[in-house]
Design a protein around this ligand. Structure first.
Ligand SMILES: *[C@@H]1O[C@H](CO)[C@@H](O)[C@H](O)[C@H]1NC(C)=O
Ligand SMILES: *[C@@H]1O[C@H](CO)[C@@H](O)[C@H](O)[C@H]1NC(C)=O
Ligand SMILES: *[C@@H]1O[C@H](CO)[C@@H](O)[C@H](O)[C@H]1NC(C)=O
Ligand SMILES: *[C@@H]1O[C@H](CO)[C@@H](O)[C@H](O)[C@H]1NC(C)=O
Length: 304
């Protein structure tokens, strides 16, 4: 009885809030970015969708600028060049996207312009190193056990850094919510899967798609893209032991023939080695334990 009453009151006041905040009938567009991981020189397409779609909208595009003094909003947003009048197209192409960056959009129509709400912020990530800002993950791999402690280290051309994460639901948060930032290092034992990067007032680092695994087996794979022609070794680690001896590696769910039992050596990687890798222990105590998948990224030789 009491609960129902509270529930009803809650709903009632929520309605008033929405109404007074005029959020009720102002649409919120959804921004998508494609691709979400870039290599130097890529073009990235931002698309701003308003529901229901109708003619007459103009679209406004914004870039995220880290606001180091804000522990809640994190960013201020700057109109992209030439954006004051908006674009007629609901998409915007960024040429030569090199580094990690965040974007927002909104639509508007009429004179004076009435705007939609802003979309949520969406990021374009780069795994490649930006010398002015770089993220190092320790231990040096993309997958970690849920019981492990993790260090995320920022280096580059700034004295003030913060480590950011977008979790699997698209929620953005900084290290201060799930770890401890000391100087330019974030240490945490409460990490969750998501994309992590460092940022300063002016720079975004490379990003890493980190998987925190509750199971007993993880894949050991590099955090940074591997340069074409270089070698890479993938391993498979058991929670209670070091490397497993008897493991199978899979790429895009297909078993890779591998004469070496404990690890997978690719002596000269090519673009065709890119894909989702996972490993499976053949003789782990629980039987056949499978790791999560991680993307192995390969970069061209001329990229830095
Ligand atoms: C580092 O910052 C200084 C001053 O802002 C700038 O002149 C220099 O080019 C930057 N170096 C890199 C590698 O970005
Ligand atoms: C963060 O963790 C690493 C590895 O456990 C440790 O060496 C380092 O001292 C820690 N840093 C801080 C500031 O606690
Ligand atoms: C593996 O899957 C990814 C993503 O679906 C794809 O881009 C890649 O080309 C695939 N690789 C192979 C060898 O099928
Ligand atoms: C991160 O990796 C997981 C597991 O491989 C994948 O499902 C997810 O799509 C990746 N996230 C991004 C943003 O690339």
């Amino acid at each position: 009885m009491g609960h129902t009453l509270f529930g009803a009151l809650g709903l009632f006041s929520l309605n008033i809030l929405l109404y007074c905040g005029h959020a009720q009938d102002v649409p919120q567009p959804v921004l998508t970015v494609s691709p979400s991981w870039t290599s130097p020189g890529d073009s990235v397409t931002l698309t701003c969708s308003v529901e229901p779609p109708s003619a007459g909208w103009r679209f406004f595009w914004y870039k995220a600028v880290p606001d180091m003094s804000s522990t809640y909003n994190y960013y201020t947003f700057k109109l992209l060049a030439g954006g004051t009048t908006g674009t007629e197209q609901d998409s915007y192409i960024l040429h030569g996207q090199t580094h990690t960056a965040g974007y927002k959009c909104r639509a508007g129509r009429g004179d004076p312009v009435s705007y939609t709400q802003y979309s949520g912020v969406k990021f374009v990530w780069s795994g490649g190193v930006n010398p002015a800002a770089s993220l190092t993950v320790s231990p040096h791999r993309l997958q970690h056990f849920s019981t492990e402690s993790l260090s995320l280290i920022c280096e580059g051309n700034s004295t003030e850094w913060r480590v950011m994460k977008v979790d699997e639901d698209g929620y953005v948060s900084s290290c201060s919510y799930w770890g401890e930032m000391t100087g330019s290092t974030c240490n945490t034992t409460r990490a969750s899967s998501g994309v992590y990067w460092c940022e300063s007032e002016t720079q975004f680092s490379n990003a890493a798609n980190i998987t925190i695994h509750r199971g007993d087996v993880i894949l050991v794979s590099p955090v940074r893209p591997v340069t074409e022609g270089h070698s890479v070794t993938l391993g498979c680690k058991l929670r209670t032991e070091n490397l497993l001896y008897n493991v199978d590696f899979y790429k895009n769910n297909t078993l890779i023939p591998n004469p070496a039992r404990g690890e997978l050596l690719i002596s000269a990687v090519t673009k065709s080695d890119e894909g989702f890798y996972k490993c499976r222990g053949r003789k782990s105590p629980q039987g056949l334990e499978t790791s999560a998948e991680s993307w192995l990224s390969v970069k061209c030789e001329y990229e830095f």
